[in-house]
Design a protein around this ligand. Structure first.
Ligand SMILES: Nc1nc2c(ncn2[C@@H]2O[C@H](COP(=O)(O)OP(=O)(O)OP(=O)(O)O)[C@@H](O)[C@H]2O)c(=O)[nH]1
Length: 342
């Protein structure tokens, strides 16, 4: 019999209290009797499934969840997460899973501990153990913005940048899989556009300086005008989306390490605090790191391949074109057997 069943209700609730009250305070019986506990229908245990069958995942999404996140080399950070929580349903006849048990386990994670690989494993364990007879797989997905202090390029200023992070933990086939996703925004200047702009600058020079010997000071002045640099290449705000599968041995998340590695390789991440000297350095970095989306994807792939703590990875690079109204996109995976697919 379920703990909320009829017999347990009688045993636990007001019957015993009623007798005590009656003997000791017969004149106060009406007032002192605790309210009778209601017997509530328990559909999950009593109702029949409309159609029998097992299900791969059942649970909840868009759960609002404040969390304290622990990540390598960073102070613990309070984030506002959106969570998804799932278990499978192995009993084809059971009406449903117990949503409240998943919710309360998540709430405990939010209130009593910090987010680490260990606490996530504990959470999945709770999901399964609270669905002993119904489930043998569990999954949780957490999305939040993770703020990092970023330094300016030259001026020594610092500012905040928010990185969209997603953490997924799955218990399936008796093993836990942990995935960390992050998105890094950067600027990409089109190499084709840069070459075409250079050609226009050369033509403009040829028209302006027809003689074979030119005056250095005149050229220097001319280069500082709009006519001197007659064309500029287009650049676009671009986003690299990364998903890495962490090695089983990972004892901590390393969001900062992943973001640093990606931004150092791409060279032109969008900036937080910017003074003029920073903007000029940004222009130089853009000019010296011209990138198609293929270049950016290869750079990101190279960085991810170097990190041995990533059992697998998937990446998608999006260049939100300013020349076109459509985007340029590259996708790649590590390429291991039974791994992520592009
Ligand atoms: N399984 C299931 N529950 C749902 C769904 N939509 C809402 N719920 C509600 O989720 C609530 C929590 O369910 P349970 O976890 O079984 O609640 P409970 O019976 O109070 O908790 P336990 O005693 O631990 O089983 C119920 O009130 C359901 O009505 C759904 O699509 N499926």
């Amino acid at each position: 019999m379920h703990k909320h069943g009829f017999f347990s209700l009688l045993k636990n609730s007001t019957a015993a209290n009623f007798i005590v009250e009656w003997r000791v305070f017969p004149h106060r019986l009406f007032w002192s009797t605790p309210p009778m506990q209601k017997i509530m229908p328990d559909i999950a245990h009593t109702a029949e499934a409309l159609q029998e069958g097992t299900l791969d995942w059942v649970g909840m999404s868009q759960i609002e969840l404040p969390l304290m996140v622990s990540s390598k080399h960073c102070a613990e950070q309070h984030v506002s997460a959106k969570a998804e929580a799932f278990v499978n349903l192995t009993d084809p006849q059971a009406k449903g899973i117990h949503m409240s048990r998943l919710y309360l386990a998540l709430d405990e994670l939010s209130n009593q501990t910090t987010l680490t690989p260990q606490s996530l494993c504990g959470l999945l364990d709770q999901f399964i153990s609270s669905h002993n007879d119904l489930s043998n797989q569990a999954q949780v997905n957490l999305k939040f913005d993770y703020h990092l202090r970023r330094s300016s390029l030259l001026s020594g200023k610092t500012g905040w940048k928010a990185y969209p992070v997603e953490i997924n933990a799955t218990f399936k086939d008796n093993a836990v899989t942990l995935e960390l996703s992050v998105a890094v925004t950067y600027s990409s200047t089109c190499p084709c556009s840069a070459a075409l702009a250079r050609q226009l600058i050369q033509q403009s020079f040829e028209q302006r300086f027809t003689e074979s010997a030119v005056d250095k000071a005149q050229v220097l002045d001319w280069l500082g005008t709009t006519q001197g640099i007659v064309a500029t290449p287009h650049s676009q705000r671009s986003v690299a989306q990364i998903k890495v599968k962490l090695a089983n041995t990972s004892s901590e998340f390393d969001i900062l390490g992943l973001v640093d590695a990606l931004e150092n390789e791409l060279k032109t991440p969008v900036q937080a605090a910017v003074k003029r000297e920073d903007e000029q350095e940004f222009a130089r970095l853009n000019g010296q790191n011209l990138m198609f989306c293929e270049d950016a994807a290869r750079k990101v792939k190279h960085v991810l391949n170097q990190n041995t703590s990533f059992a697998d990875f998937w990446l998608r690079v999006n260049h939100y074109e300013s020349l076109h109204a459509h985007d340029a996109v590259s996708i790649a995976v590590k390429g291991i057997t039974n791994g992520y697919r592009a």
